[in-house]
Design a protein around this ligand. Structure first.
Ligand code: NDP
Length: 338
């Protein structure tokens, strides 16, 4: 059983060497006698920014820290090989929490979601049909309550979550501008995801001026994925009664101390609604989201870009790459295709 091991708690930016590969001797394809868990073969693993928080002993994650010396854990798509749980049988496809290894015993199978629709790419259950999709859905529709004609700004706009927020905003009839860190991503925003405008934040000297260029009348809705200097600039450009969906602040995740965000008084003066959320608190809405999004995929009214790397050995670099913007679209690791 090949595994990616979490070596030890990380300070600053994570490195590939924090996640060495290990091959353990034998794999038993049977659960231990009496187990009510499931044994799965991992197919697709998801690389997600929140995993950085789990690499710190105390700092900032809403989930437990990883255990040094044990395999990394995260979300993925897997096939049931053996089951001691009445809800699952051999051959079922599932997505949910699993390990960065070829085979995993999941002792809490009630946390897994059974995959019903298989005529879409299975890897989508790490992205548009999984946690990032729900994040875009909940954060945009439920928190921002968007209305036709409103001005929407999205940061990390071509990523796993952002590419969907932009498309949802267009489907709602909003004017939407996105920002990303390379010109290639900016082109995707405009030509693939239908953003009205897009810019490369790394090429802007003055983010406030950039936002004023694209939003001369201000921003109604900000979908926040990055925090830091971008948030400071956005606050100055929000309209009265604007809404901010505080989804993530990736620019802060590798810093020992978060950088101060100024302009917070705008929240009061402009009566802003700024609401943080953790998507896993809202998975009860998953069926409602699936009902909306699966037809959109099948009718090609929405598209989804993935950045797929092959093999467990590629997983550490893929995860590290999220923090320098190496990924173009949802970062997925293929362990096996069936
Ligand atoms: P992405 O696919 O968007 O990948 C991360 C991207 O972040 C990179 O590609 C890079 O793009 C950008 N980035 C990295 N460092 C910085 C930086 N210093 N400043 C600005 N941008 C940076 O990831 P996801 O779509 O999966 O996640 C997006 C955000 O949503 C994250 O903040 C994540 O933590 C959050 N999230 C929150 C959830 C919740 O429940 N609240 C659930 C899921 C995600 P670029 O080239 O543009 O710099």
């Amino acid at each position: 059983n090949q595994q990616v091991i979490f070596k030890d708690y990380v300070n600053g930016f994570p490195k590939e060497s924090d996640m060495p590969l290990k091959t353990s001797t034998t794999i038993s394809l049977k659960l231990p006698q009496g187990s009510n868990g499931v044994l799965v073969k991992n197919l697709y693993l998801s690389c997600d920014p929140y995993m950085r928080g789990r690499m710190s002993k105390t700092q900032g994650s809403y989930f437990e820290p990883f255990t040094p010396g044990s395999p990394i854990t995260g979300l993925g798509v897997a096939k049931v090989v053996d089951s001691g749980h009445s809800n699952f049988k051999k051959g079922d496809l599932v997505w949910g929490g699993t390990g960065w290894e070829q085979y995993t015993i999941i002792t809490t199978p009630q946390t897994l979601f059974k995959i019903q629709d298989t005529d879409v790419p299975l890897s989508y259950y790490t992205g548009i049909l999984g946690m990032p999709g729900m994040t875009a859905y909940y954060g945009f529709y439920e928190i921002c309550a968007p209305k036709k004609g409103e001005y929407v700004f999205v940061s990390s706009a071509s990523g796993a979550v952002g590419q969907l927020v932009g498309q949802f905003a267009k489907l709602t009839g909003c004017y939407v501008v996105g920002t990303a860190g390379t010109n290639e991503k900016v082109e995707l925003l405009k030509n693939k995801f239908g953003y009205d405008e897009a810019f490369n934040y790394k090429e802007e000297q003055d983010l406030d001026a950039a936002l004023k260029r694209y939003f001369p009348e201000g921003i109604d809705i900000y979908f926040e994925n990055v925090g830091g200097k971008m948030l400071e600039a956005v606050l100055l450009n929000m309209r009265v009664n604007g809404r901010i969906s505080a989804c993530g602040m990736i620019s802060q995740y590798n810093l020992n101390q978060e950088e101060g965000v100024r302009n917070l008084s705008s929240i009061i003066m402009k009566r802003l609604h700024i609401k943080g959320f953790i998507v896993s608190d809202h998975f009860n809405l998953l069926p409602k989201y699936m009902e909306m999004v699966i037809p959109l995929i099948k009718e090609r009214k929405i598209c989804y870009i993935e950045d797929i790397v092959e093999g467990l050995e590629s997983a550490p670099a893929a995860l590290v790459g999220l923090f320098s913007g190496k990924n173009v679209g949802k970062q997925v690791v293929v362990v096996a295709r069936e």
